[in-house]
Structures are given as C-alpha cells and as structure tokens.
Design a protein around this ligand. Structure first.
Ligand SMILES: *Cc1c(COP(=O)(O)O)cnc(C)c1O
Length: 465
C-alpha cells in the first residue's frame, strides 16, 4: 500500500517510512492512496475473531507485506496481552440502546494505549532493522504522553521527549508520565498551553538541524498514521457484534485532534456498516462550529474538565479535508495554512456532505458533570469526563433508537477524579497496578514556551548518549 501526503508535494511513501517519519516532508499528513474494502462475507468471517486476531486482519492490510505475517502477529499479540480485560475492548450497556466501549483497560488507562503499545513495537522493529536511532518528540494534553512512554520506553533505539502544558494536565496524568523510569525518558513541562506545545513540536520537525549527527525525529502523536490504523480495529470489533441484528451501528466519539473519530470514518469507508458518527467536543469546539455553522476558526483555548480534548485546532481534520475536497491538495493546503486568525469555510455542497458524514455537539463542564451523575444514578457505572461528553452528545443528537449508539469510553474515571468529585460522587480508586502512583518519584523539567529552550535541552540530552 502506498501513502500520499494531504498537501500533494511529497513523494509516495511505504508503511515503514510513514511509521518512522510521522509527518510528510511537505508538512502534510500521510493517508493511504486507496483504502482496502471489506466485503460483507469478510465481515461475517471476522465476527468470531478475538480482538488480537481481528487487529491482525485489519492491520496487515495497511502494512501490506512490509513486515512478515508471523512477526506482525506476535507484535500485535504482545500489544494487547497486557490489557486487563479478556475482551480487550469490552462493551457496557447503559440504556436506550446506548453502549459504552471501554477502551481504557490498557497500561495507562486511556484509549491511546491501543495505538501506542503497537507503535512502540513497530518503531523498534523498523529501527533495529535499519540500525538507526530516533528522538521521539511529542506534545500531549495528557494521555498521549504516558501512553507513548509506556509504549516506547523499552526500545534501545528511541529517546523520548514529551512536552506537556505546565500545570494543565491532571495530577494523575502528570504522575503517569513523570514516574516512568528509564534514562531515555524525558518529560518537559512547557509554560504554555497544549497548542503552544504542539507549535514547538511542529517547528522542531520543520527544521531538524539542531539534532546531533545520526538522529532524526519521529512523531507519536495522532499525525502518525499507524495510530489511526490501530484505532480502526476497535470500530470493527464493536460494530461486528451487532452485524446480524441491525442495519449498522452509530458511534459517539469524544474528540480533540480528530484522530479517533477519523479512524471511525475510515472504518466506515472500508465497509463497516456505520449509520452515524457523532463528534463530541467540550467547550473547545472548533469542530462543532464547523459542522453546525460552516465556520472553521480559532478561538482562545479554555481549560475544561476534559483536558485531553482541550485543543484550538484539530490536526487530523486535514486528513478529512483531503476527502472533502476530493483530493484537491492545493485547497487542503490553503485551508490549513490560511487558518491563522481567519475563518475558513467550504462550499455549500461540501458542507452538506460533511454534515452527512458527521453529527456534532458541544458539551460544557456543567453538562459533563450532570451526565457523569446521571449515568451513575441510572446504572451505577462511573464514566470519566471525556466519555461523558460522548454520552451527552449521543443523547442530544437526532437518532433512530433502533440503531445501537456506541460511545467510545476513552479514559478510566480514576484519571480525572476532580471531575468526578465535582459531579458530587466519591473519588474513584486507581486500579491495583497503579495504586502506588502517588508514592512514586517524579522527574520532569519546566521550560519556557520557546523552541530554542526545547532544542537546547534535547541537544544536551542527546549529546550525552
Ligand atoms: C486523546 C483523548 C481524546 C481525544 O482524542 P482525539 O484522537 O484527539 O480526538 C479523548 N479522550 C481522551 C481521554 C483522550 O486521551
């Protein structure tokens, strides 16, 4: 399978290069040149597979022979063996044909483990084959950091530099990153917000001349297509459970960078019967403003109770724009680069197509808390504030109640105890594997919101290797 850039100015790349570089050289994002299509018969055959078996079937289509099947199979098995539930991604019934797909049974208790457990192994495999080293540089609004560190810390070919916004991630999230051991692990707290962190990462990728000889940068945020690929799997896994009784399922997805919901969009394009895809945002609702009003523009970032969705601009939206503009890469480029402080719009026809693909709803902190409370009162099931935005958006959108509505449960509630307490409920306890989190030693460096400070720090660390 060949991958192309959304901005049309980079050569085609294979899977290995896509994994190792993340961002395309022209600043665009890699997408498959064409998608595999899954027939109805194949869907039937996939119904009986375990999570890891299904993951292998889906993922090998994207790897397309660049890793021998037996090695790919064992990387996938290892990635999901560490999950605490035998189903890997269990489904929980709420009410009114609404379900929650629990995607937080991995080592860091958030859905990002699904992709990063595998990405760490893919990177290690390709790097050892090339005998090459990379510095992973990533920005995180919370959950990516710990999942990336857990996924990659065992690799002797990787140094990790993870930026998080200083004092703007939850204490559990911070501790999950800063207590990860390893001399290749570097946590940097930036005196700014998540978008500042992302900006620094983007600039460093654009000019890598600061790196010591022999190093290059690799991205593990959701601009890396391998992450999207791994997330496609759980849409199939959940959707296949309803294959015979329904004309499809719908998904409500707590969304920040548009990565997770884009994976659902691809699953649908590949042939999974999906009725609706609901974009659930918090008050940082650039995507909802676009879907509801055809206006895509930046507004000030506001901290919310669902910090992993606190973004000003959704980077993966660019991948969807490529489809919406029917492959017109010049229009993608001008839309994305023109964003600055200008409002971007699409034609009426394009906008109505986008509204056929997606519903959207913006959930503020009060609604988040009342939803956590409401689900608890009705079912005794505790959901985290990100998941709550999804449940609320699912309830608000116009839907056919005969179609199962599956909200992606993106994090364990114990990661976000402040929101749970605000909802008037008892502080949730951390699962046993993480019970001593508050006693572990933390390591991180606070740096100003400045590219030069970050690159100098990296030079120093990498120079010591
Ligand atoms: C990252 C994250 C999200 C948002 O996912 P995107 O792929 O950025 O849309 C939602 N919830 C949680 C808990 C997350 O960690």
């Amino acid at each position: 399978m060949k991958y192309i850039s959304t901005r049309g100015k980079s050569p085609e790349a294979g899977f290995e290069d896509v994994v190792l570089t993340g961002l395309a050289p022209d600043g665009g994002l890699y997408i498959p040149a064409s998608l595999p299509h899954i027939s109805a018969d194949q869907l039937q055959a996939w119904k009986s597979l375990s999570y890891a078996e299904l993951a292998f079937e889906v993922i090998r289509l994207f790897v397309d022979g660049e890793i021998p099947d037996n090695e790919l199979r064992s990387m996938i098995d290892d990635s999901y063996a560490a999950f605490s539930h035998p189903d890997v991604a269990p489904l929980k019934y709420l009410y009114d044909n609404q379900w929650v797909l629990e995607l937080y049974c991995g080592p860091t208790l958030a859905f990002k483990d699904f992709a990063l457990q595998l990405l760490g192994r893919l990177l290690d495999y390709f790097l050892s084959r090339r005998n090459k080293h990379v510095a992973i540089l990533g920005a995180t609004s919370g959950d990516t950091g710990s999942a990336a560190l857990e996924g990659c810390r065992h690799s002797s070919f990787v140094d990790l530099f993870i930026l998080h916004p200083y004092k703007r991630v939850s204490e559990v999230q911070r501790r999950q990153m800063t207590t990860v051991p390893g001399s290749n692990v570097n946590n940097i707290a930036i005196e700014g917000n998540f978008d500042d962190c992302q900006q620094i990462v983007k600039q460093a990728f654009a000019d890598q001349s600061f790196l010591p000889e022999g190093y290059s940068l690799a991205a593990v945020n959701s601009i890396n297509f391998a992450r999207i690929m791994a997330q496609i799997v759980y849409y199939f896994y959940a959707g296949l459970k309803f294959l015979d009784d329904h004309e499809g399922v719908s998904f409500s997805v707590p969304t920040g960078n548009f990565g997770d919901i884009y994976a659902g969009y691809l699953a649908k394009q590949m042939g999974l019967p999906v009725k609706q895809l609901v974009i659930a945002t918090n008050r940082n609702d650039i995507l909802h403003r676009f879907i509801s009003g055809n206006r895509y523009h930046k507004t000030a970032l506001e901290p919310s109770l669902s910090p992993s969705m606190d973004i000003m601009v959704s980077s993966n939206f660019e991948r969807y724009l490529f489809d919406l503009f029917q492959g017109d890469t010049d229009r993608v480029t001008s839309f994305v680069t023109g964003l600055g402080n200008e409002v971007q719009q699409v034609t009426e026809a394009e906008w109505s197509r986008a509204r056929e693909h997606f519903d959207s709803f913006s959930v503020d902190d009060d609604m988040t808390c009342s939803t956590i409370r409401d689900v608890w009162d009705k079912t005794g099931f505790l959901i985290d504030p990100h998941t709550a935005t999804g449940v609320k958006a699912a309830a608000e959108c116009d839907r056919d109640v005969n179609i199962p509505m599956i909200t992606l449960g993106t994090a364990h509630p114990a990661k976000f105890s402040a929101a749970i307490e605000k909802s008037g409920l008892d502080t949730p306890t951390l699962p046993p594997a993480m019970a001593d989190l508050f006693e572990r030693e933390e390591r991180y460096t606070v740096l100003p919101n400045s590219l030069d400070d970050v690159t100098a720090f990296m030079q120093e660390k990498l120079g010591q290797v």
